[in-house]
Design a protein around this ligand. Structure first.
Ligand SMILES: Nc1nc2c(ncn2[C@@H]2O[C@H](COP(=O)(O)OP(=O)(O)OP(=O)(O)O)[C@@H](O)[C@H]2O)c(=O)[nH]1
Ligand SMILES: [Mg+2]
Length: 317
């Protein structure tokens, strides 16, 4: 008769090699529902960029939540699906989301409680057809007044998607109900040895995160003027002996006329972007930063496979 092994009283003390819950959770949903805000709230840092504009996230990014019981929930933030695949950049973005669903142990579909849309259905159908367990996260509950008005929204999802493993209302912005979300997801993950070193938070390197912070500030400053094809590449990221970071980055536009939009009247817009990006980079890099930005044209790069690769959109999501 085999003995059932005892459960460790505190699995955080578990020896390496002990079985813990762990795996990949694809975080998908239509643009702007709050996927990246949720990732950041779960990780406790500004890992994935957030703006009020749809199609902010362009590539997948991993954020690992390490829980006290030793379980590891690896969230994969993905670009909001484009309804029109059209240009190669859109296709890459959609493929990144589909690939993340394909590779995941569990799919977390995020919807916006204040704006349920037909397009959520498309995403949910894709998630359920993958055969993976699906959790529906109903975000932005802080926008629902009175609170009771949330109940029919939740009941609607429950009736339409009875196969959902769980339906969890939450507010990523207010960090509301996030523990319950983790409690719903963890048991759906496989058990096995730890997948990640205890200090691993993301798979993206610092140059990528620096470029993304600059792109976030650009998107925020350009607002309605935002041209579609803006990319940022970091050309230099070095720490001087005195501890100061030297950062140089190129901002790529698709059309010559977009250069002026990014630079702004008298260089004002680019200057503001530089100031805001520098503040974000001081936080990210943990020290003083000297930031140099310039704008370059690469004609129609978002339609050009080679240019996409050269600007860091590799096709691997
Ligand atoms: N009121 C409210 N706003 C939220 C919440 N979560 C996100 N937002 C806002 O929604 C907007 C979009 O958030 P993102 O996290 O960039 O959304 P996303 O789903 O990652 O968007 P894409 O990357 O474009 O697909 C931002 O203005 C966020 O501040 C929430 O819980 N409540
Ligand atoms: Mg996003």
């Amino acid at each position: 008769m085999s003995e059932i092994p005892p459960v460790p009283a505190d699995a955080a003390d578990a020896a390496p090699g002990d079985a813990v819950r762990g795996g990949f959770i694809a975080l998908v949903g239509r643009p702007n529902v709050g996927k990246s805000t949720l990732l950041n709230a779960l990780i406790g840092s500004r890992l994935s960029i957030v703006t009020a504009k749809p199609h902010t996230t362009r590539q997948r990014i991993l954020g690992v939540v390490h829980r006290d019981d030793g379980s590891q929930l690896a969230f994969v933030d993905t670009p909001g699906l484009h309804e029109r695949r059209g240009r190669p950049l859109n296709r890459l973005m959609n493929d990144a989301a589909r690939q993340a669903m394909h590779d995941a142990d569990v799919i977390l579909v995020l919807v916006d409680a204040s704006r349920v849309s037909e397009y959520d259905e498309t995403v949910l159908e894709a998630a359920f057809s993958s055969g993976r367990p699906v959790v529906i996260g109903v975000n932005k509950t802080d926008r629902i007044r009175p609170r009771d008005a949330l109940l029919p929204v939740l009941a609607g999802f429950g009736a339409r998607w009875p196969a959902a493993a769980a339906i969890v209302p939450l507010s990523a912005r207010r960090q509301d109900n996030l523990e319950r979300l983790l409690d719903a997801l963890a048991p759906l993950l496989p058990e096995g040895p730890a997948l990640f070193p205890p200090d691993m938070v993301t798979d993206r390197d610092m140059a990528y995160r620096v470029a993304e912070q600059i792109r976030e500030k650009l998107m925020i400053q350009l607002r309605d003027e935002l041209p579609y094809g803006i990319a940022v590449t970091v050309e230099r990221l070095v720490r001087e002996d005195g501890g100061r970071w030297q950062v140089a980055a190129a901002i790529w536009v698709e059309q010559a006329r977009h250069k002026g939009m990014v630079i702004g009247r008298g260089g004002q817009l680019l200057k503001t972007v530089g100031t805001q990006a520098r503040q974000a980079l001081i936080e990210l890099l943990g020290g003083p930063v000297h930031l140099e930005l310039w704008v370059q044209e690469r004609r129609d790069w978002s339609r050009d496979e080679r240019a996409l690769r050269e600007l860091g959109y590799s096709g691997e999501g």
